[in-house]
Write a protein that binds this ligand. Structure first.
Ligand code: PLP
Length: 425
């Protein structure tokens, strides 16, 4: 159930009117629903109930401390991609023992930081990274738990939307090299070979490629077991898509359905080929936890009627929400107050000096200057990708809980933006 709905013609987040939020906090502002967040996490947690499983929220999707805190209190672990993200987990009171560290370019300092906090696992993506981690762990008198990110190379012909699981990208270890890489890892004295992982792409609507990837990982676990390399966990990565309400989109597979299929396959394999031995299952969802929990609230500055197009110029821009400019992403736009003007066709654009600064194209909108609009499904890869381009302070963020609105990030002031700079003497 969406937590964003119209009441008496005014869009609300849970029990709070977006008009009132704009008055109190200004625009542009990210508005998140606590109930939506908890219900998205519960879809994973419920499907994992009673099993040896861990949901590690991929916090690059949205790393606000209040979001991390709410999820940590539900038992979430975290998938991090930088030392900075680990410090955020700690600042939010998250458990480093439930942190896994992904990414192709971990620095020595980041490895040291993560080892000093005894994180659950490093998801290693290359042989040089294995050697670096082995050295860093050795210098600290520690052993690093590792998993190899295997690139299962699932068939792109049948699933053309997969972006990261193919041979031609920078992520992971090639499937054909995986056995050798595990043999290398098993010989390094300061590594503890613990698991296997993959992450084949994002915004996947169909779970078929994920299940295909699972079969390939299981194949490797069997082969490794035959050589005496026993793995203790299997990490499916993230990637489950959400409904951006594009008319062309099929609906994404429900989280519970997908997890049910994963567990069914794993149970069958354990019984038939793994001698019933246990294996922990990890998921790294990002978008499907936070994507539909937030909107970007913005105000119309001007309507401009061009020769070929009408422009709706708003106070949010590509620096606040980069997805349209970056991926030509389609995101739904709606006026906060219904029926205040006649509908016309607009491109919704920001004030930034780039033609790429658009948020939505060819939309029928009933808006007038001064009206409020929301960009829906903006909770994932919105604020975390925001920049200060054009010396624009990043938006405020609020979380709505019932009819209470909590400010969880202040709007940046211009002086914040140049506070770290100085002129040469
Ligand atoms: C980005 C990322 C995720 C999360 O992906 P979603 O599509 O947001 O679920 C999970 N794991 C890794 C390694 C990632 O890079």
């Amino acid at each position: 159930m969406s937590q964003f709905s119209y009441k008496d013609g005014v869009l609300h987040a849970e029990g709070a009117s977006l008009t009132a939020i704009a008055e109190q906090f200004g625009t542009p502002t990210y508005v998140y629903s606590k109930a939506a967040l908890l219900s998205n996490f519960a879809a994973y947690a419920d499907a994992c109930a009673g099993r040896d499983a861990l949901v590690c929220y991929a916090m690059k999707a949205n790393s606000n401390l209040a979001i991390l805190d709410l999820l940590a209190r539900q038992g979430a672990g975290f998938d991090i991609v930088s030392g900075g993200e680990l410090l955020r987990v700690l600042a939010a009171g998250g458990d480093p023992g439930k942190v896994i560290f992904s990414g192709v370019g971990k620095s020595v300092d980041e490895m040291r930081l993560a080892l000093s906090h005894d994180i659950l696992c490093f998801n290693v993506e290359s042989i040089p990274e294995l050697h670096r981690l082995n050295e860093v762990a050795g210098s600290m008198g520690k052993k690093a738990r590792i998993s190899l990110r295997v690139n299962p190379n699932v068939d792109a012909k049948t699933h053309p939307y997969i972006a990261t699981g193919l041979k031609a990208n920078k992520f992971g270890v090639a499937f054909d090299d995986a056995l050798d890489t595990y043999r290398t890892a098993a010989k390094l004295p300061h590594l503890d070979v613990s698991g296997i992982d993959c992450h084949i792409g994002s915004q996947l609507l169909d779970d078929a490629p994920l299940l295909e990837a699972l079969d390939r990982l299981i194949e490797l676990i069997d082969q490794l077991g035959a050589e005496g390399i026993e793995l203790h966990h299997l990490d499916m990565g993230g990637g489950i898509g959400i409904d951006y309400r594009d008319a062309d989109d099929a609906a994404p597979v429900p989280v519970g359905t997908y997890l049910g299929r994963v567990f069914a396959r794993i149970d069958a394999w354990r019984a038939e080929r793994h001698n019933g031995k246990p294996i922990k299952v990890i998921f790294e969802p990002g978008r499907s936890i936070v994507g539909d929990t937030g909107v970007l609230l913005t105000k119309v500055e001007f309507l401009k009627h061009g020769e070929e197009k009408n422009f709706c110029i708003v106070d949010a821009a590509m620096n606040d929400m980069a997805r349209p400019a970056l991926y030509q992403a389609w995101m739904d736009m709606q006026p906060v107050v219904q029926g205040s003007a006649a509908a016309a066709e607009f491109d919704v654009v920001g004030p930034i000096c780039e033609s790429g600064d658009w948020l939505a194209r060819d939309r029928s909108l009933a808006v007038a200057a001064g009206d409020l609009l929301v960009m829906h499904t903006a909770g994932a890869y919105g604020m975390t990708m925001a920049s200060n381009y054009n010396t624009r302070g990043r938006a405020a963020e609020v979380i709505v809980d019932g009819d209470t609105v909590h400010l969880v990030r202040q709007r940046e002031k211009p002086e914040d933006l140049y506070a770290l700079e100085s002129v040469i003497k």
